[in-house]
Design a protein around this ligand. Structure first.
Ligand SMILES: Nc1ncnc2c1ncn2[C@@H]1O[C@H](COP(=O)(O)OP(=O)(O)O)[C@@H](O)[C@H]1O
Ligand SMILES: [Mg+2]
Length: 374
């Protein structure tokens, strides 16, 4: 339990962390070809270089539009991590990004993983299920009160296709935004028919082909999160490498069990991602080790470093993938996306470089998901 973890003095965040990024080498896996065409020869060669220290968003003064997305795409390709090689899931993978704790990196993980998967060539929909609308903001999607939103889908029964918007910078990435109306939905849903399965029905009726749907949950276990758990098959839990990291997880895991038992037999915790990992602190590696010993194989080998670029990107309405494609934060999310895609296809994920998150998940160390967790 986190109680055995001792707090280290807070180390100052610095971009020197970039060297700690847990990045594997070029993709060599024998997997099918890309989902989408790579950018043609018309792509500008003036794309900003892949430096870690770049100041400001990639693409400079052009805050939205193709150049930014292309810079990211080029960065991905330059690193050998583009779609050339990532398997597409046979069916749409619906991943519920949940943890009832706030500030653990749910939204950051949702938008950056989604953008990474899209840059890898997948078609990805982000469903923003948090009334704060942070995922919509980070994707540069307008979500003022009048915008058709996921509230209309859940409460008014509007088709999902009426609210989905393409994300400006990243080809293949879409978002169903949340507006502040959603704050009332927890209450309004209570009296509605099939209140737990309204999102599931909306997704089932959505006919656009998608490889992934990522659902960003609010920091609670109310009806909005239950709707996500009923709609999805996989739960992705971001865990912040901080003191008390595991506290409250037991409640989430019990809810997952309850939903699996009564409403959605497919549901399981497929993925745990360590976020805000600070390689210089003993605390982070202790938390990582603890999480790995509890969860074993579900924990991604890739962990996400604490990175200034990751936290800056949303204020530009961007993911870190377009904001600073060469940064450690961008690279680690690209790598996490790759790991998720390969695992989903049952392909062994090979870590080429040392990783920063403690021991790799040991398949012989599979504990019960809730054992020892409060
Ligand atoms: N890897 C990271 N490095 C630095 N800051 C991060 C990182 N991940 C998240 N953050 C910041 O931490 C805060 C909480 O993250 P967020 O994704 O909004 O959490 P949640 O959705 O779980 O509430 C945000 O300000 C975000 O920018
Ligand atoms: Mg959030």
């Amino acid at each position: 339990m986190a109680g055995s973890v001792h707090r280290e003095p807070e180390a100052e965040e610095s971009e020197s962390l970039r060297s700690d990024a847990n990045i594997a080498g070029p993709m060599t896996d024998p997997v099918p070809g890309p989902r989408t065409e790579s950018p043609g020869d018309d792509v500008s060669r003036e794309t900003p270089p892949l430096t870690d220290g770049g100041a400001g968003p990639a693409g400079g003064a052009d805050p939205v539009g193709a150049p930014v997305g292309r810079a990211a795409q080029l960065a991905v390709e330059a690193l050998g991590r583009a779609g050339a090689g990532l398997p597409r899931p046979e069916q749409t993978r619906i991943m519920v990004v949940a943890n009832q704790k706030g500030g653990v990196g749910k939204t950051t993980t949702t938008v950056n993983l989604a953008a990474s998967l899209a840059l890898h060539g997948a078609r990805v929909l982000v469903i923003d299920l948090d009334p704060q609308g942070n995922a919509s903001t980070a994707l540069g999607i307008d979500h003022h009160a009048e915008v058709p939103s996921i509230y209309d889908v859940l409460v008014e029964g509007k088709p999902l296709s009426d609210v989905v918007q393409p994300v400006p910078d990243v080809e293949g990435l879409f978002c169903a935004p949340a507006t502040i109306d959603l704050a009332g939905a927890e209450i309004e849903l209570v009296s509605l028919v099939a209140r737990e399965s309204r999102l599931q029905r909306a997704i089932q009726a959505y006919e656009q082909p998608l490889d992934y749907i990522l659902i960003d949950c609010p920091p609670s276990l109310g009806l909005l999160t239950v709707n996500a758990l009923v709609a999805g098959a996989e739960v992705l839990i971001p865990i912040q490498c901080e003191y008390y990291a595991l506290e409250g997880l037991g409640q989430l895991l019990r809810n997952v069990e309850l939903v699996r038992g009564h409403l959605n037999t497919h549901l399981h915790v497929s993925t745990i991602l360590l976020t805000m990992y600070d390689g210089r602190t003993r605390l982070a590696s202790q938390v990582a080790e603890e999480v790995r010993s509890h969860f074993g194989g579900e924990v991604l080998r890739t962990s996400i470093p604490r990175s200034v670029r990751i936290s800056e990107a949303p204020s530009y309405g961007q993911t870190v993938l377009t904001y600073d494609p060469g940064s450690s934060g961008a690279l680690s999310y690209l790598e996490a996306a790759r790991e998720i895609a390969l695992r989903g296809a049952g392909i062994h994920y090979d870590v080429h470089h040392g990783h920063q998150g403690g021991r790799p998940g040991d398949p012989n160390n599979q504990h019960s998901m809730s054992e020892g967790i409060q």
